[in-house]
Ligand binder design. Structure first.
Ligand code: ADP
Ligand code: ASP
Ligand code: MG
Length: 858
């Protein structure tokens, strides 16, 4: 059991340690405790070492002494003799300075005192509170090996140990007792000449590695890393509060996450455990009841997924341009020889015919400006050198990275705005790394983490791997838990009864529609809301939204008729067709709908039809947005909207026919979760409206996104309102309209189907259900992701990995790929969630299969 700095810094933490050790003893295990220095002490010791002034060093040693005495006082313990002796040693080292031992050996000896002190103190506390504990000197167990490429600095401050199972040590400990405590971070230099080697360090954060070495030497049942967080998360939880706990990882993935920047594990601490197959557990000392992360040898069957995003700061890039001949033979060998000579280990490499650029990671190299300058001077003998710093490396980590590249388009788009100095895809296929300027990472990482969830690249729906978010485990009390879906709790039995009568069936839950409507009515800046009925034209839904005071936006005569039949006359209507025939406008003009135009053609050729009418003009602001290329409705690649450069021609035609442009409209796409977008559209439309003169309202469209993946953040309605109110203050003379569709109805609808057949084929298991793309085309058309659950076995463990497919004769008839679900039986009721929008309305009689019926529940 290894306890980190914060885990050993206070009396309550030591009481936790005592309980934990006692509970392991009660299980019959023998325990070796490995401790770090009290939090902050290693830093203080490093500062002491950097101090040239003797009296300042002595002062620093006294402060460290004081800190340990305070903890002893809290523990109500008299200072044990061993501790006093060590404190005296430290005072002596501070007084002597480096002159006796030599600079680096002295530094190692001084810094080793952090762990020597904390372990001595811990042994006294545990023994005094009833857990008889033997103190062990880690330097008698761990011998550092001298590697040919190490220089004196790495040999003393970042040493390596070869840890093979050691039956002699195991037997020795067996003879000594049941509970031991020793130091992390330190080892003894190995020597062939029989002289006792010097004290060496394992590198910052190296106590984890001590625990791993000892775990391997003793072939332990397991190594437990007790820290201040309940495991390894999908990102640094202090930076990304939505980061999810990784419940299980294999050594390779965990290694990759650690070495790309997740400080929770020292990057070297997994390799010693691989060969003896010792599992490693990460747990929170303060919250031992939380599950934590298990890292072990077994690779579980799961879909390729990004597991984490990590970042490392302080990266230095060295760009080397060959000054000699094109494709000069031996260039790499020449330049790398200098890196070796300077004891610097290269991390990432990018190469071209005349240039090679490498990165140096501060975790692997003791980098300082002198070291870099010395290297650059030598390199300049064979090439032109450029040093780029400070940089940061952002890594996406997960097994099978190359097979999930297609899910990363939105994530990659973020790098469009940034200077990317280097991209590297690791040859083990476990990471994709971007080197950017250091200053951008703090803001970028949380944003990329959200995008990875939204894109389904981080498969948070796989609950066997991805546990709760950090916020859910530790978050502030005032964060409301995500509302459980209506179908998961109260209505499950009702849905099973509905499915028992017939499947496939769409079921709509009206309370959810009303709840979403009320949410949008909180937008104080918006004067009128229209429901974009193309999402779902069921009369009960139209009726419910009319009761909530919504207007209706229709795109065809059929929709107009359906709405007119279902809602009271007082409800306002909009008609916003696209490339519609003349007859559609003729019909619409006989209704009370406000008609919108988005091309010159209608006024050029059918101008008389619109004489003296008030219309809405839909413009194209030159760009599109949304969750998929096929839902972006702006930009020259889309057929919607009048390009702004044709505005003057349009206004001349309107004038010629006495047509008044009363409204101005744009809609850029759908599934947008970023509230700032509508503010931009609103501002642009308002400034165009100023040019037109006759405008009295601005319609900024819909596209309000609904999160689909577990853990994806919902649109911030209050934030959106703030954005809109700001624009409104500048343009108070225009009414503001919106036309949401999906936002109102998506979550209200589910599709129920029954399982038919199963088939294993190659690596895949297919689970058939009795409807497919004929009922729900979104997955095939937009790559849309819909949650799928086995409603019959809702709480059964999800042990199978299925491709969920329908009965349609198309290979695209796949409703969900790689879904972790309970082992299904024929006839189980499957529920496909979030299909209230663009579900039934897009269904077809393809293959002459009966269309799903619709059922409405209150
Ligand atoms: P200890 O002192 O116990 O060794 P560390 O501070 O070295 O603890 O490591 C724990 C810290 O690692 C966490 O508090 C967290 O800030 C940081 N960390 C960075 N990345 C991750 C990650 N992906 N998952 C969990 N923790 C992380
Ligand atoms: N005390 C050492 C450090 O702070 C080692 C450790 O805590 O892992 O780097
Ligand atoms: Mg640590």
């Amino acid at each position: 059991m290894k306890f980190g700095g914060t885990s050993v810094a206070t009396l309550p933490r030591w009481q936790n340690i005592r309980e934990l050790v006692a509970s392991r003893r009660a299980e019959g295990a023998r325990v070796l405790i490995v401790v770090s220095a009290l939090s902050g002490i290693t830093d203080a010791l490093k500062q002491l070492c950097a101090q040239g002034d003797k009296s300042k060093r002595i002062e620093a040693a006294a402060a460290i002494k004081q800190r340990h005495h305070e903890l002893l006082e809290q523990m109500q313990l008299a200072p044990p003799e061993g501790l006093l002796a060590r404190l005296d040693d430290l005072a002596q080292l501070a007084e002597d300075g480096p002159r006796v031992l030599g600079e680096l050996a002295w530094q190692a000896q001084v810094q080793a005192h952090g762990e020597l002190l904390s372990s001595t103190l811990g042994a006294a506390f545990l023994s005094a509170t009833g857990v008889a504990t033997q103190w062990l000197d880690a330097r008698e167990c761990l011998t550092a090996i001298a590697l040919p490429n190490q220089n004196e600095r790495t040999r003393l401050l970042s040493a390596m140990v070869e840890a093979r199972p050691d039956p002699v040590l195991t037997a020795r400990l067996a003879g000594l007792g049941e509970v031991f405590i020793t130091q992390g971070f330190i080892a003894r230099e190995g020597r062939d000449d029989g002289i006792a080697g010097r004290t060496v360090l394992l590198g910052r954060g190296g106590s984890d590695t001590s625990a791993a070495y000892l775990g391997a030497l003793l072939k332990a049942q397991r190594v437990e890393i007790w820290t201040d967080v309940a495991g390894m998360f999908t990102a640094n939880p202090r930076q990304v509060t939505g980061a999810r706990l990784l419940q299980r990882l294999d050594y390779e993935e965990a290694q990759e996450i650690a070495s790309t920047g997740a400080k929770v594990l020292h990057p070297r601490c997994l390799s010693p455990l691989r060969e003896p197959r010792v599992p490693l557990l990460i747990k929170d000392t303060n919250r031992p009841e939380l599950e934590g992360t298990v890292i072990g040898p077994e690779v579980r069957e799961h879909a390729p997924s990004i597991k984490a995003i990590s970042a490392r700061k302080g990266i230095t890039l060295i760009s080397m341009e060959s000054v000699g001949m094109w494709q000069e033979v031996g260039f790499l060998s020449d330049v790398f020889a200098y890196f070796k000579q300077h004891g610097l280990s290269v991390d990432l490499i990018g190469s071209a015919e005349t240039n090679v650029t490498v990165s140096l990671d501060p975790a692997e190299n003791l980098l300082d400006s002198d070291a870099i300058a010395a290297l650059a001077t030598d390199l300049a003998k064979v090439c032109r050198v450029k040093v780029i710093a400070p940089c940061a490396a952002i890594s996406l980590v997960g097994r099978g990275m190359r097979s999930i590249l297609h899910t990363l388009s939105g994530v990659l788009a973020e790098f469009g705005q940034l200077r990317v100095h280097l991209i590297s895809q690791s040859s083990n296929n476990l990471n994709l790394t971007f080197v950017v300027d250091e200053e951008v990472v703090d803001a970028l990482v949380p944003h990329l983490h959200d995008l990875l969830i939204g894109a389904g690249a981080l498969r948070t729906d796989d609950s066997a791997l991805f546990g709760p978010s950090w916020e859910a485990l530790y978050g502030r009390g005032d964060v409301a838990p995500a509302a459980a879906s209506w179908w998961r709790t109260d209505e499950r039995q009702r849905l099973l009864d509905i499915a028992a009568k017939a499947t496939p069936r769409y079921v709509y839950h009206l309370p959810t529609v009303r709840q979403q409507a009320r949410e949008l009515k909180k937008l104080a800046a918006v004067d009128r809301l229209h429901y974009a009925v193309k999402a779902n034209t069921h009369p009960a839904i139209l009726g419910a939204l009319a009761e909530e005071g919504f207007g209706f936006e229709c795109v065809s005569p059929g929709e107009l008729r359906a709405v007119i039949a279902a809602v009271p006359e007082s409800a306002p209507l909009l008609f916003t067709p696209n490339f519609a025939p003349r007859g559609d406008y003729e019909f619409a003009l006989t209704t009370r709908a406000t008609v919108s135009l988005d091309a010159l053609h209608p006024l050029q050729y059918w101008g008389e039809l619109f004489r003296d009418k008030e219309i809405v003009l839909r413009v194209d602001l030159g760009r599109g947005l949304g969750h998929h290329e096929k839902v972006r409705t702006g930009g020259s690649g889309s057929k919607f909207g009048l390009p702004v450069d044709q505005l003057d021609s349009f206004l001349r035609l309107a004038d010629a026919h006495g047509v008044i442009v009363r409204g101005l409209h744009a809609h850029l796409g759908s599934g947008i979760l970023d509230d700032s977008h509508w503010g931009e559209v609103y501002g642009q439309l308002a400034s165009l409206a100023e040019r037109i003169g006759s405008v009295s309202f601005i319609d900024i469209g819909g596209g309000l996104g609904v999160p689909s993946h577990p853990g994806e953040a919902a649109l911030d309605i209050a934030g959106l309102d703030r954005v809109l109110r700001e624009v409104k203050t500048a343009y108070p003379h225009y009414q503001l309209w919106m036309e949401p569709g999906r936002y109102l109805v998506a979550d209200a609808g589910v599709l129920l189907a029954r399982t038919t057949q199963q088939k294993g084929k190659g690596a895949f298991r297919y689970l058939g259900i009795d409807t497919g793309m004929n009922s729900l085309i979104r997955p095939a058309l937009y790559d849309a992701w819909h949650q799928i659950v086995n409603l019959t076995q809702l709480d059964a463990p999800a042990t199978a990995l299925y491709q969920v497919v329908g009965p349609i004769c198309e290979s695209g008839d796949v409703l969900g790929t790689d879904r972790r679900l309970p082992e299904a039986n024929e006839g189980d009721v499957m529920l496909i969630a979030q299909v209230g929008a663009y579900g039934k309305v897009m269904s077809s009689p393809y293959n002459m299969r009966d269309e799903a019926e619709e059922v409405v529940i209150e």
